[in-house]
Design a protein. Structure first.
Length: 493
């Protein structure tokens, strides 16, 4: 990588063009809506207040924390925080499921995120029907339309992953979102089959399994359940590739795939307890990234963050895919607030820096923090992360297997500097590919590095350097929605 960067710099010098690059990584935050964990602060808050709260999260994520990706929960319990023709409005928006809040949070979030240079991924729970069983259900809810495939399990309503009705409904919901909203990704978390299934507390899907066996199915109950989830993941992959091939699809599974992987790790197994074979999805390239929830500190004896991350990193590129999938980490920022917490701010810095280590040979790395309010609950957290972890902005890594990865945008035009206002200005190209600009500087030689100063929406074609602007070379690159950069245009101050 360093030799390639030097070669680019030398070529840039010879050609009169300065090469620029930076360490790319996903810098993410989850905005959870179920039980109003992050947003809105109250299901009965006025629309104007809810909009202000959501806008504040998105503005601060980009401009103060220097994140680049937001995972916004829009389907917490077979409902919708957007105008869905399939499912009812969420209780967490208005205090009553099915009540129209009078505005569209997903459309609002996409627009605000993009104006801030952020990616916005729609986060859905594929099977949860109701957080607490016994609550009101709108007639549009799947458990009202098809009560035969919804079960009360541990005081929650849960849709049967083995039911074709459920698979078709979840598939239709996802395809509807990507058809009507300019989301950058579709995201699932760790909830597949519910937590709490044991030999004595069985999930009530015996009739569905018996029907499968009656049709000649020979898989064991556990393997059949895993296959049900695999079917949904595979269908979604195929549908997204057909309808919106550049939309990213990823899952944030429970952090332990199976006990004993790696050998010293034990604890709840996503493979055995949730019937989620995320290792298989990775091996077959059935999604674009995994972000296992590694919610344990380095000091944990049986679930160690670095040991688990090293295992996940190793399996992300051992299956000879032409383009190994990206591997991010889920980071438990909320645990900083636990009584006698094992987490310090320095622990989070270590975790992020570990993902940047080139020895893991990741094709794309990053970290996603749960959850957004944890950045702001204590006044010390945001400035520490901004200063110590994310001191400059960054773009997410390019997914080389996406069709848009091969589309390089035209450069910005007419880069100039106004000394009176200490402002760089330029003109946007008209190739239809550009969604953002990235500003670098200052470099003092062709081989010196340039810092990323800003990532800006395509509508912003200026950047104020300020009165203390350093001498050197400043560069601006056009950027596509696939995060492909143009050749830089430069100016020397």
């Amino acid at each position: 990588m360093k030799s390639a960067a030097l070669l680019l710099a030398l070529l840039g010098c010879l050609l009169g063009v300065w090469a620029v690059e930076h360490h790319r990584e996903v810098r993410g935050g989850w905005i959870a809506t179920v039980t109003n964990i992050d947003w809105p602060s109250s299901p009965t808050a006025p629309a104007a207040q809810q909009q202000q709260e959501l806008a504040s999260y998105l503005d601060k994520a980009a401009n103060e924390l220097r994140l680049n990706t937001i995972y916004f929960q829009v389907r917490p319990e077979a409902d919708a925080l957007y105008a869905s023709p399939i499912e009812p409005w969420s209780y967490w928006m208005t205090g009553k499921q099915g009540t129209n809040p009078g505005w569209d949070p997903l459309a609002f979030a996409v627009d605000r995120a993009h104006k801030n240079g952020l990616e916005l991924h729609a986060w859905l729970n594929p099977y949860r029907g109701l957080q607490t069983a016994g609550g009101y259900l709108d007639p549009k809810h799947i458990c009202m339309r098809h009560p035969e495939v919804c079960y009360n399990f541990n005081n929650q309503l849960w849709c049967d992953p083995g039911s074709e009705i459920v698979i078709n409904n979840t598939y239709a919901v996802v395809m509807d979102i990507v058809s009507r909203y300019d989301v950058d990704g579709i995201h699932f978390d760790d909830y597949f089959y519910p937590y709490g299934i044991t030999a004595t507390t069985q999930f009530p899907d015996s009739a569905t399994y018996a029907a499968y066996q009656a049709e000649g199915g020979t898989l064991s109950l556990d393997d059949w359940r895993r296959d049900n989830v695999n079917i949904l993941i595979s269908r979604l992959q195929e549908g997204l590739a057909r309808i919106r091939p550049n939309v990213k699809f990823g899952v944030s599974p429970f952090g332990i795939w199976k006990a004993g992987h790696p050998p010293t790790i034990n604890g709840l197994s996503s493979y055995d307890a949730l019937f989620a074979d995320s290792r298989l999805w990775l091996a077959k390239g059935m999604m674009d990234y995994l972000a296992p929830q590694l919610y344990w500190p380095t000091s944990a004896k049986n679930q160690s963050f670095p040991l688990l991350f090293e295992w996940w990193a190793s399996v992300s590129h051992e299956d000879n895919l032409q383009y190994p999938r990206h591997m991010y980490t889920g980071n438990a920022l909320y645990r900083y607030y636990e009584k006698n917490s094992p987490f310090t701010l320095e622990e989070y810095k270590y975790e992020v820096e570990l993902t940047r280590d080139p020895k893991f040979k990741l094709s794309g790395s990053g970290s996603i923090f749960f959850s957004m309010k944890s950045f702001f609950t204590d006044a010390s957290v945001l400035p520490y992360i901004a200063r110590e972890i994310y001191p400059t902005p960054a773009l997410p890594p390019v997914m080389q297997w996406k069709p848009c990865a091969k589309q390089q945008p035209d450069p910005a035009l007419n880069l100039r500097f106004d000394a009176s206002s200490q402002t760089l200005t330029w003109t946007a190209p008209v190739d239809g590919l550009v969604t953002k600009f990235i500003v670098y500087g200052p470099a003092t030689s062709a081989s010196s590095s340039s810092s990323v100063l800003a990532v800006l929406h395509v509508s912003t074609t200026s950047f104020k350097l300020g009165a203390s602007a350093s001498k050197g070379v400043y560069s601006v690159c056009s950027v596509t929605n696939c995060n492909v950069e143009s050749a830089p245009v430069t100016i020397t101050l």
